[in-house]
Write a new protein. Structure first.
Lengths: 355, 355
DNA sequence: TGCGAAAATGAACGCGTGTACATCATGGGA
DNA sequence: TCCCATGATGTACACGCGTTCATTTTCGCA
C-alpha cells in the first residue's frame, strides 16, 4: 500500500490539514503541538509512508549526524582485521546508535597526509574517534589543528602527554605492572619484556608498569631484557631465537609480551626450539584476545575492556543518552582510564622456577 | 593563514572575479571552463581555504555518497569481532574510498524489524552491502521489497536461490568438495561433517560439496556423520564428546568443520579427551583465519578470499573506478563466485589411517 | 573584416528541511 | 464581558549547492 516515488512534507501537511511547519514540529517532537494535531499528522505520515529526507535534515541542521571512526590501514598488512579494532568498533557503534548517530568508517592511509580537518569542514562528520593513532610530530600537529578549530575528537588507547586531547584508554601502566607482578609471583626473577613501538603511548605505559614492578621487587631493570617487536605475530617469532638462547642459559625465566599476537608468535618460535612456555619459562601476553584461549598451553594475558573503551569514547563525544545520567558528559577528566584485568592461564601458571 | 568560520562559494567567486556557477563547475570538473579561469578559481579557493559542504552537495545531488554496510549484531556474542567481517570490511572500504564513497557501518539487531528500506528512503545510503544475512522468510521479504523498490544492494556469502538478488560469494560448494577430497586423499573413509546452520546458504553449499566428494569416492553419505554447530568455538567443543567416541570406536577417521572456530573448539575438546587431530583423526577447518596457524597442530583449512569479496561487492554497487575496465559493472552474472583454496597443514597432513 | 557557431560564463532557481517571526485561538482573572 | 498572557499554528525564508537556460565571448573560416 506504499505510494510511488518520494512523499514530501507538503503532502503530509495537506492530508493532515495543517501547515508544513506543524508537520516538521511533530516529526521532531518540538514543543508546542496539541495532542490531537500530533495524532492527525502522525496518522497522515503513516498513511503516506512519509520519511523525512536525512539529506535535507542534515543540510538544514548543519549536522551530519555521523560520528567518524578513523582506523589505521596498511594495504598489505591489514592491521584492521584484529580483535582490538573490532571490539572497539562494536562499542562505538552501540553507543552511537543509541543516540541516533551513524558510524562513518574511514581508513587512514599512512602515506597520504592526514587531512582530518577536511572531514569536519565538509561536514561529513560531527565528531571523530581516532584509533591506532601514533605519537609522531605529524600526527600531533594534525590533532592540534583539530583541537584549535574546536572540532571534537577522542583518542582511544593513545595519549599525547602535554597536549590537551581527550583520551579514553585502558590503564596500561597498571596492566604492565600486574603482568610483571604476576610473573614475579610465579617465582620469576629474570623477566624479559617483548614490547611494541614506543610511538604508541600504551607501549611506553606498559614499560613503565614493568619497571615499577621490578623496582618494587628490588630487581634491576636490565635494558638487555627488553626486546623490540611491532605487535605482529611475526615479530614475536623473530624474537624467539634470542629469547630461546637466553632462557636456555638461565638469563630469562619469564616473558611479558606486550600483546597476544607477539606472545603467540614467540610461543610458536620457542616451541620450534624445544622450549615450552609453562614448563621452561613463564609467558604472559596482553589484550586477552580470543587467540589466547587457542594456544597450547593457553596463554595468560591482561584483559583490556575494548568494547567499553569504544562505548566511552562515543559517549564522551555525543553526550549521554537521554535517560542516562547527564553528570559527567560535560567535561570529565581529559584522560580517562579504564581498569584492566589479569587473566592467568597455563602459560604462566604451570611454570615453576628450577632454582 | 586560515580564515575564520566557513568560507562560502560566493566569496571564492568574488575573489576570483567569476560567478558562483563557474566556481561550482571548476570544483566539480564540469566541462566547459577555460583553463585560465580554472586556475584563477582554484587559486582563490586555495587562498581562502574553501571546502564545499558535503552536506549541501549531498542535498543538491540527492545522493549521500555513502555505501551502507549491514553487519549482524548480537549484543552479548559480538559476532562482529571475527576475522570474517573485518576482512570483508577492509575490502569494501578500499573499493569505496577509491570511488569517493564513504562507508556507513550499521548493525542489524536480530530483535527489531529490519527496516532496510528506510535507509534508502531517508537517503542515508545510496547502496548497501549485506553481511551475514540469513535465509529466513522475514529477511527474504525485506530484501524483496528493496529489490522491488529498485534500491541497489549486494549480498556477500549468502545466496537466495530463486530470488533475483545480487550476490558475491566464495564457491563454498567447491570448498566443501575440496576439503572432503583432501581428507579422502589422506586415506580417510569415514568423514564427519561439523556444519553450521542451514539458514546460511554457504552451510548448505559446503554440505553439497561434501556429499559430492563422498559420492564420487563411492562412499555413502551417512546422515549420522553430520553434526550441527553454530559456527562458534563453543559449539565445536560441544561436538567433541560425541565425535571423540565415534573416533575411538573407529566410526570416524576424518572431520570437516565448516569454519575454523568450530574446528578449533573441536580440536581442544578432542585433546581434552586424549585424542589429537593429526594423529588420531584428520581434521580440516574452513576460512583459513589467522587462528588456524595458532593451534597445535596447525589447522588445515580452506582459504576464502574475504577481502576480495568485499572489494567485488563494492565494485558491483558503485561501478568500476575511472581507470578500470568498464566492461562488467553493468550487470554481470547475478551471483558471482570467487574461488577458494585449500591450505593443508598438520591437522590433516600428519594423519595416517590405521587400517 | 565580418559572421555564425561553439565555447564560456552568468543569472536564477530548486532541492526539502528547520525555524524565527507573525498570527490566531484559548482561557483565566478582573 | 473584556483583556491579555500563553499556547498553537501558519508564513516566509535561509541553508549552500547543482543545474538549466539565457547571455556573452571567442574563434574559425569565408
Amino acid at each position: 500500500m506504499q505510494e510511488e516515488g518520494l512523499i514530501l512534507r507538503k503532502e503530509v501537511a495537506k492530508l493532515a490539514g495543517v501547515s508544513e511547519a506543524t508537520v516538521s514540529r511533530v516529526m521532531n517532537g518540538a514543543r508546542p503541538v496539541r495532542e490531537a494535531t500530533r495524532r492527525k499528522v502522525l496518522e497522515a505520515a503513516e498513511r503516506l509512508g512519509y520519511v523525512p529526507s536525512a539529506l535535507a535534515q542534515q543540510f538544514a541542521r548543519k549536522r551530519s549526524g555521523n560520528i567518524g571512526v578513523i582506523v589505521p590501514y596498511v594495504p598489505k598488512v591489514r592491521l584492521f582485521s584484529t580483535y582490538y579494532f573490532s571490539e572497539i568498533l562494536s562499542g562505538i557503534g552501540e553507543a552511537a546508535q543509541q543516540r541516533g548517530y551513524d558510524m562513518l568508517l574511514m581508513f587512514r592511509s599512512p602515506y597520504e597526509a592526514r587531512d582530518y580537518e577536511r572531514l569536519y569542514r565538509t561536514r561529513k562528520v560531527d565528531a571523530c574517534v581516532m584509533l591506532g593513532s601514533q605519537d609522531t610530530p605529524g600526527e600531533l600537529e594534525a590533532l592540534a589543528r583539530l583541537a584549535e578549530a574546536d572540532h571534537p575528537f577522542v583518542l582511544v588507547n593513545q595519549r599525547f602527554d602535554g597536549a590537551p586531547f581527550g583520551t579514553v584508554e585502558a590503564d596500561h601502566e597498571q596492566g604492565g605492572y600486574e603482568a610483571t607482578r604476576h610473573l614475579l609471583g610465579r617465582g620469576c626473577r629474570r623477566i624479559a619484556l617483548l614490547n611494541g613501538p614506543l610511538v604508541y603511548s600504551n607501549s611506553a605505559d606498559r614499560l613503565t608498569g614493568y619497571r615499577r614492578a621490578l623496582a618494587e621487587a628490588g630487581l634491576p631493570a636490565d635494558p638487555g631484557l627488553c626486546y623490540a617487536g611491532n605487535y605482529s605475530r611475526t615479530s614475536g617469532a623473530a624474537a624467539a631465537p634470542a629469547l630461546a638462547e637466553a632462557i636456555a642459559q638461565g638469563r630469562v625465566d619469564g616473558v611479558f609480551a606486550a600483546n597476544d599476537r607477539m606472545a603467540i608468535g614467540l610461543l610458536q618460535g620457542l616451541r620450534e626450539r624445544g622450549l615450552l612456555p609453562g614448563a621452561d619459562v613463564a609467558l604472559i601476553g596482553y589484550d586477552d584476545s580470543e587467540a589466547a584461549r587457542l594456544t597450547e598451553p593457553q596463554l595468560s594475558s591482561v584483559a583490556v575492556p575494548f568494547h567499553a573503551l569504544g562505548v566511552r569514547a562515543a559517549q564522551r563525544l555525543l553526550g549521554r543518552t537521554a535517560d542516562g545520567s547527564p553528570a559527567d558528559d560535560a567535561s570529565p577528566v581529559l584522560v580517562e582510564k579504564l581498569p584492566v584485568q589479569l587473566v592467568a592461564r597455563a602459560s604462566s601458571l604451570t611454570y615453576t622456577p628450577s632454582v
